[in-house]
Design a protein around this ligand. Structure first.
Ligand code: HEC
Length: 736
């Protein structure tokens, strides 16, 4: 707290002050602006990331001599805000790493250039930033390289090329950061990395994937599991490391491919593109799951030659609360004003981005400094204006020609990707990303009713949300236009099966197989259906057929194993479960059934290892604990059996079975009173169990309590009057 002077003293102090000698006022205009004192900090902070030797800029600006030589140019490009390059308008979204000189910086640069560009005292300059070619975050956990270096010719048009980098590891990893080292940064304009979950792109290009495949944009087959794109894996030479927020790593599974989609610019001499991707692992999987939504209006892109104001628009209503984390607007050369905003349920407009002068060469992903909250019911808007006149300096056609949507750079695009993280998700509600997917695909189907990809994704989201009848209808809608689409037939079969319509499911799987006899999914589903119906012979035949075409599927070996066990051939079944384990050593189903078969074949010793492995793979599974306890009990290890059963009781406190089993093991060990207590507990949980009452009676009788035993046997007979065992036991009791 400040001390307060009495009024008179304060006055005295003022009087005193006026006695001090007047100093000449310091006038800002006269302070010399020097490179070393005021300009170096501005340049290092705002320009050097690109303007250093080997950087993305065309020349270095690190030294006084470099900067002085280009003084006038620097003045021009900074005053016009052409440099540093930054497309979004200030104030329409608050972005991390915004590249923008303040008005004070601009004034200092002007003064420095206009006053003759003095160097000043070099000792006052901060240390020069250091740029080198090593990995920015230290040695990556995994480095992937393109298979064959690619030679970019010295001149000619830009090249768009896709390099496939298979993920070589046998286990899943979570990626917290990625760095791309293109080999020749000056020739690589930007890159996108796509995750090909099903290696579909490599499969479509078996002959040439090692050399890279030309193409600007590509569509990948996402496979059957709902696994939406979640992260912007967009890279430019000036932003080397893509680090994800904590708790949000992305995932790579065995069999995935990364696809490096590169935009290359001839540099005047031939360049070798020998790109590497460095990956940094997280030790934990993601705890938050963002999702990329895409607004687009390619369908309306048909831009007449000379049109300066061609507008397209798209919108999407959010079904859940989200935090917007980042945004990526995309058009080609005719895009001019690109805008994205949200209208909140209360009518308020919230800007997400505004790019008043689009330039495809400066496209970028923008991440918000702090996430932008949008409550459910908010409507995302994309609003793009295209300029197809000769005045547009980026127009690739002279004179302008009519331009439509397409994948080549001379075609156009209207996309706005938004990275959202669902928030405020009520406990127990379905995966909010499924709701986002559903809303998004419903919208796409509304604007383009025949869009079968959107319909398929919509149906899969509905199935994921448990709306099976709706999903079946949506799949059927696809089949009206594409009656022989094997994948849709298979998916329809799967939802029918899930909703208990086995005959319809079977018909659908068979139809899919008639169209594509070697397809794996419908064959697997048909065989599984037969297995559930105990049609073991049919299941046996279909799993074998499946293994012929898809030999490396552990689930197919497990299925065949179950079919064989059903047919009574335990020995053959055992070798199928072993085959599944050879493919996937941690396969729970195979471990569990190997144990079960060993018990059935009277080899409890052999059951212990696989069942223990199954229990550690799936520690919460009560059934596995019970089997393991049985194996221990039969192998004369009662204490281990007791431990497993106590664990099972703990896992399922309301399940009578572990208590009943525990009672038997205790009885076998001669611990009668404890056995009686456990059986009593089991009956408290399941009082209608006639066998249980009979068992309790036997224990009471052995424990010398014939009266208690009599009550129990009578109870058993009340519940099951035909229970011969209980009747015989009752008859053996001494008369009372
Ligand atoms: C994100 C990377 C990046 C940053 C940051 C950056 N530049 Fe550039 N600069 C470039 C690139 C790339 C070019 C050449 C292509 C172009 O004109 O866009 C360039 C070109 C220039 C030019 C030549 C312009 C012309 O008309 O030929 C000047 C001068 C320049 N930059 C100055 C600066 C200054 C000063 C800063 C900081 C205030 C800066 N740059 C920040 C990437 C950058």
């Amino acid at each position: 707290m400040r001390f307060r002077f009495p009024a008179s003293l304060a006055l005295a102090a003022c009087t005193l002050m006026s006695f001090s000698a007047p100093k000449p006022p310091i006038r800002a205009a006269e302070a010399p602006v020097t490179w070393s004192r005021q300009i170096v900090p501005i340049v290092y902070h705002n320009c050097a990331a690109c303007h250093h030797p080997g950087g993305a800029g065309p020349f270095s600006l690190l030294s006084y001599a470099d900067a002085r030589r280009r003084g006038q140019q620097i003045l021009d490009v900074t005053q016009s805000r052409y440099m540093p390059p930054w497309l979004p308008a200030h104030g329409y979204g608050d972005f991390a790493g915004e590249r923008r000189l303040s008005d004070e910086d601009l004034a200092l640069i002007r003064k420095w250039v206009e006053s003759g560009m003095a160097e000043g005292n070099p000792a006052e300059a901060p240390a020069e930033p250091h740029y080198d070619a090593t990995w920015q975050m230290g040695k990556p956990d995994l480095i992937l390289s393109i298979e064959r270096p690619y030679t970019l010719s010295a001149s000619g048009a830009d090249v768009f090329r896709n390099f496939v980098l298979p993920y070589p590891l046998a286990q899943t990893n979570f990626i917290r950061a990625m760095e791309i080292r293109p080999g020749t940064p000056q020739a690589v304009h930007h890159s996108n990395v796509l995750i090909d979950r099903t290696a579909s792109y490599r499969g479509d290009h078996p002959a040439d994937w090692k050399d890279g495949i030309p193409g600007m944009e590509l569509e990948l087959d996402g496979g059957n599991t709902f696994d939406p794109d979640s992260h912007f894996l967009f890279w430019k030479p000036d932003t080397p490391v893509l680090a994800e927020p904590s708790g949000m790593p992305w995932r790579l599974d065995p069999g995935n491919d990364l696809i490096l989609n590169m935009h290359l610019k001839p540099s005047g001499k031939p360049e070798t593109i020998d790109a590497q991707i460095g990956l940094y692992f997280d030790d934990k999987p993601a705890t938050s799951h963002p999702m990329l939504l895409q607004l687009d209006d390619d369908r309306d892109l048909d831009i007449p030659a000379g049109d300066r104001n061609f507008v397209v628009h798209d919108e999407l209503t959010l079904p859940v609360d989200v935090d917007v984390l980042g945004i990526y607007p995309h058009a080609h050369y005719l895009g001019h004003v690109l805008e994205g905003w949200a209208i909140l349920p209360n009518g308020q407009k919230k800007w997400l981005i505004r790019i008043p002068g689009w330039d495809i060469d400066r496209q970028s992903v923008y991440r918000y400094r702090t996430p932008v909250f949008l409550p459910r019911g908010s409507v995302l808007h994309m609003h793009y204006v295209y300029d197809n006149s000769a005045q547009n300096i980026h127009n690739p056609n002279s004179p302008p020609i009519r331009v439509r949507a397409g994948n080549r750079s001379v075609d156009e695009m209207a996309h706005l990707w938004v990275q959202v993280l669902p928030v405020n998700v009520p406990k127990g509600s379905p995966d909010p990303r499924l709701l986002l997917e559903q809303a998004w695909m419903e919208h796409r189907v509304r604007v383009q009713p025949g869009d079968s990809i959107a319909l398929y994704n919509l149906a899969s989201a509905e199935a994921g949300l448990g709306e099976d009848a709706q999903a079946a209808d949506t799949y059927r809608a696809i089949l009206r236009d594409h009656p022989n689409d094997a994948r849709t037939l298979n998916s329809l079969g799967a939802v029918l099966d899930k909703s208990g319509e086995a005959p319809g499911a079977e018909q659908s799987f068979r139809h899919a197989l008639a169209v594509e006899p070697e397809a794996c999914d419908p064959r697997f589903n048909l065989a599984s259906l037969e297995l559930i119906r105990s049609q073991f012979r049919d299941a046996d035949r279909d799993f074998r057929a499946l293994l012929e075409h898809c030999p490396n599927d552990p689930a197919a070996h497990n299925g065949l194993g179950l079919a064989l066990a059903g047919e009574g051939d335990n020995a053959s079944a055992e070798s199928e479960f072993k085959a599944a384990l050879a493919l996937d050593p941690r396969n729970f189903t195979a471990q569990y059934h190997l144990g079960e078969i060993a018990i059935a074949l009277g080899r409890p010793q052999d059951a212990i290892d696989p069942l223990s492995a199954a229990a550690s793979e799936n520690p919460g599974d009560v059934d596995t604990r019970e089997r393991l306890a049985l194996a221990f009990a039969q192998a004369a290890r009662p204490d281990d059996a007791l431990n497993q059963l106590r664990e099972a009781e703990h896992l399922a406190p309301n399940n009578a079975e572990p208590h009943a089993l525990l009672s038997q093991v205790l009885a076998a060990a001669g611990r009668l009173q404890e056995a009686i207590d456990e059986q009593t507990q089991a009956l408290r949980l399941e009082p209608q169990d006639a066998d249980g009452w009979n068992n309790l009676g036997v224990l009471e009788a052995r424990n010398g309590k014939p009266d208690a035993a009599r009550v129990d046997f009578e109870h058993a007979l009340q519940l099951a009057p035909d229970d011969a065992q209980a009747r015989a036991n009752l008859a053996q009791l001494p008369p009372h």
